[in-house]
Design a protein around this ligand. Structure first.
Ligand code: NDP
Length: 238
């Protein structure tokens, strides 16, 4: 029975990841920021343990990781899924928008990876899976701050894979394309349909399809895979 932490597990892709691990009998703790109702639903349906933890704050992330690792009695897998998105013209992006994006989508993973690495290095075992985005690879117009944060997550993944490999820890990134979640409520129906049309597989993806890739990277079959960024995007990033 593995010990798993998933950030952003209350909704969307993170909730599907929590569900996938729970189904296989793993013990799961997940973080959420504010949506206690959604978190309670996932906790009830999966048996996972929910912790209210804002990963964009160094102090809160450290507290949450500490509580999660104590609850689990160790840590085998960290999945960094928590994230925010925003659509804005580059010239309209305020300092506060930029900071919120970088604090959540990049620094949040730094804080949780650091706490996880300290624990995993002790046990010489671990898997870290960061959820990036196809936009971190190809860049998105009107999402410069989001694209920059997700590109940073690629760099964090690659460098950390090199540094933690000798300790028996793998670090990989899953980069979804357009996935049907509340995050995409910021898009109107026309834009969503255009994005589906631009996807070689001609549709948006499901959260479960991203969760399956995460589950694979956490499993025995992926023991020799590290420092990779795996697109789960229906070919969108080609
Ligand atoms: P959702 O908006 O559906 O869910 C976001 C989740 O992150 C929620 O659980 C939310 O908690 C949590 N969260 C947000 N900010 C924080 C924070 N500061 N601290 C802790 N938890 C936080 O997003 P998706 O499921 O769509 O996205 C999940 C990940 O996948 C993100 O990193 C996103 O960038 C990435 N992604 C998504 C794509 C898509 O098309 N949907 C495409 C490519 C990448 P709460 O419920 O409390 O708000």
């Amino acid at each position: 029975m593995r010990k798993i932490i998933v950030t952003g597990g209350s909704r969307g892709i993170g909730a599907a990841v929590v569900q996938r691990f729970a189904e296989s009998g793993d013990r799961v703790v997940f973080f959420y920021r504010a949506n206690a109702e959604a978190a309670a639903k996932i906790a009830e349906s999966t048996g996972a343990y929910a912790i209210k933890c804002d990963i964009s704050s160094s102090e809160d992330a450290a507290r949450g990781m500490d509580e999660a690792i104590r609850h689990l009695g160790g840590l085998d897998v960290l999945v960094n899924c928590a994230g925010v998105a925003q659509i804005k013209l580059f010239t309209d992006i305020e300092d506060a928008d930029w900071r919120r994006m970088l604090d959540t989508d990049l620094s949040g993973a730094f804080y949780t990876c650091r706490a996880a690495a300290r624990e995993m290095i002790r046990s010489k075992n671990g898997r870290i899976i960061n959820i990036g985005s196809v936009w971190g690879r190809v860049g998105a117009s009107c999402e410069v701050h989001y694209s920059a944060a997700k590109s940073g997550l690629r760099g964090l993944t690659l460098a950390l894979a090199k540094e933690l490999g000798p300790s028996g820890i793998t670090v990989n990134c899953v980069e979804p394309g357009v996935i049907e979640t509340e995050m995409n409520a910021i898009l109107d129906e026309k834009t969503k349909s255009e994005l589906a049309d631009e996807t070689p597989l001609c549709r948006m993806g499901e959260p479960r399809e991203v969760a399956e890739a995460v589950f694979f990277l956490a499993g025995e079959g992926a023991a020799f895979i590290t420092g990779q960024c795996l697109g789960v995007d229906g070919g969108f990033g080609l």
